[in-house]
Design a binder for this molecule. Structure first.
Ligand SMILES: C[S@@+](CC[C@H](N)C(=O)[O-])C[C@H]1O[C@@H](n2cnc3c(N)ncnc32)[C@H](O)[C@@H]1O
Length: 237
């Protein structure tokens, strides 16, 4: 798909994870944000980071991602809300500046696996600090379609918690995305292209867009709805 359509695709999403507004507020409460440095590794457009910056004006806030479109959206949102957030284009896998608080949500793949992420993030978060970690897990045994989409590294929730404690973390908070959060995430991930398709039915790209939208909905409903879970952990060390 071309740059114009790629830039459009996520514009109807609040953030790129299954998360409601009240759930986000709860997670930010549990992070006990105050001063110091907060870094978000794989921040996307950093909506949760912006909420954190708005809550804790004394915080030094940095978002790291490789996706220029997301970073530009984050910078524009920060400017329009009068917030000071550094959005850096960089490979988060090589981030080596210690922080009192960190987010890593839906971005474990940056570090190769869930276990790799939990180990690497323990080297980023300073002793006494906190990590908000979001990751997928098998909520029900996956069929071949779900395994094909998400690969062999997805854990069950108990195994994910073992990986966290094995990396030296204490689990201070655990919650999981509910069905409405998932359905809204999936629907908003398709919405901008559905709107474009309705407005441009004769565009030469319409067939490919329709095919992508139909496949994504089919994969969700037939492959991983209720099978892939998503957990949010506030981890301390
Ligand atoms: C599922 S999105 C989650 C974004 C964000 N955490 C959120 O919850 O909205 C995963 C993000 O990881 C980013 N990413 C992938 N590889 C990366 C890397 N090596 N360094 C930094 N970011 C990376 C992608 O560009 C994408 O924005």
């Amino acid at each position: 798909m071309d740059d114009e359509l790629n830039a459009l695709r996520r514009t109807r999403m609040r953030w790129n994870t299954p998360l409601s507004e009240p759930h986000a507020e709860l997670l930010l409460d549990r992070m006990e944000l105050a001063g110091g440095h907060l870094v978000d590794l794989g921040c996307g457009w950093g909506e949760l980071l912006l909420r954190a910056a708005a809550r804790a004006p004394g915080l030094h806030v940095t978002g790291v991602d490789t996706d220029v479109t997301g970073l530009e959206r984050g910078r524009a949102a920060a400017a329009s809300r009068g917030l000071s957030v550094d959005f850096l284009e960089a490979d988060a896998a090589s981030w080596d500046v210690a922080a009192e608080r960190a987010f890593c949500i839906g971005a474990a793949h940056i570090f190769g696996s869930t276990k790799g992420a939990l180990d690497a993030l323990a080297r980023v978060v300073a002793p006494g600090g906190r990590l908000l970690y979001g990751d997928g897990f098998w909520a029900a045994p996956p069929g071949p379609a779900a395994r094909e989409i998400f690969g062999p590294d997805v854990l069950t929730l108990p195994d994910l918690l073992d990986a966290a404690t094995g990396a030296g973390w204490r689990v201070l908070h655990l919650s999981t995305a509910d069905r409405l959060e998932w359905d809204d995430f999936e629907s908003t991930s398709r919405r901008a292209w559905e709107e474009w398709l309705a407005a441009h039915p004769a565009d030469p790209r319409a067939g490919a867009v329709r095919e992508w939208l139909d496949r994504r909905l089919r994969e969700y409903v037939r492959g991983y709805r209720g099978v892939l879970g998503f957990t949010y952990l506030v981890l301390g060390r």
